[in-house]
Design a protein. Sequence first.
Length: 293
Amino acid sequence: MRTVWKGTIGVGSFAIPVKAYSATEEPGSGLHQLHLTDGGRLRFKRVCEVDGAEIPAEEVGRGYALPGGDVVVLSEAELASLAPESAHSIQVCGFVPPSQIDPVYFIKSYYLQPEVPATKPYVLLAEALLTAGRVALVKVAIRQRETLGALRVRDQLIVLDTMHWPNEVRRPDFPFLHEDIDVRMPELRAAANLIENLSGDFEPSAFADGYAAALHDLVDAKVEGREVVRPTAAIQDEAVTELLQALQSSAQDRTDADQGVAKAKAAAKKAAEAKGRARKATSKVKSAPKSQR
C-alpha cells in the first residue's frame, strides 16, 4: 500500500507519529469513452476558453472567481502558506460515543500505522478507546484540505475516518416529510416481524458487485463472438493506402524515367547513324575523279 499521509496523532501535548494508508479502493469498471465509428479512445484536454489553446500542465494554476467576473490568481506557494496546523498532525478535539455520529458524515477511511518507536503509545491509545467505548473527534489536513475526522479501532488498528463539515451535509426537504401519514400498529408489527425474520449477522463475503460480474460476462461474450474493434485499424489502413500510393508513384516515376532514357538513347542512336551516313557521303565525294564532279 502507498503512504497517503504522514504525521502525528496529537493528544494534548503528546504526539504519536503515524503513517496513513487508504483502507478502501475503488476498482475501475474498465470502461472508457470512445468514437463509435472507429473505436478510437477520447481524450480530454486542458483548453483555455480565452484563446482556445491547449495548456500544458506547467502552465496550469489556481484562481478564485469574483462576482464581477474578475479572477484572483493564486500561486502554489501562496496556497502552501495557508496550510493549517493539522497539515502534519491529527489534532484530537474530544471524544464521543460512536452512536452519536451519523454515517452520512463519513467520507473515506485510512489505516494508521505507528512508527516503530511509537508502537506502545499507539496500542495504549487504541486500547483506551475500546475500553472507554468512544471515538476521537479530530481535525486533519489531507491533500491541502482540512477536514473533520474520527479515530476508531478496527482489529486492533486505529482507523481515521474523514468526515464532512456540518455545513456540507444537506438538509432534506421532501414533500412527504410535511405530511401526516397514518401508520397502523398491526402493519407496523407485521413489518417489524418480517425484518426480524430476515435479520442476521453481517458477513461481507456474502455480498458481491453484480454489475462488475455482469459486465465481465458481457465483454467475454463479445470477445468470443468476435464483436471487437481495433482502434488503430483506421490509422493502419490509411498508412497502407499511403504506402501503396507512394510505391505506385515511384514505379510510375521509374517507368517515365526509363522511357525517357530509352527515347534519349534511340534519338542518340539515330543521330549517330545520320552522322555516320553524312561522313560516308562526304568521303565518296572527296574520292570521286574530278571529271565526275
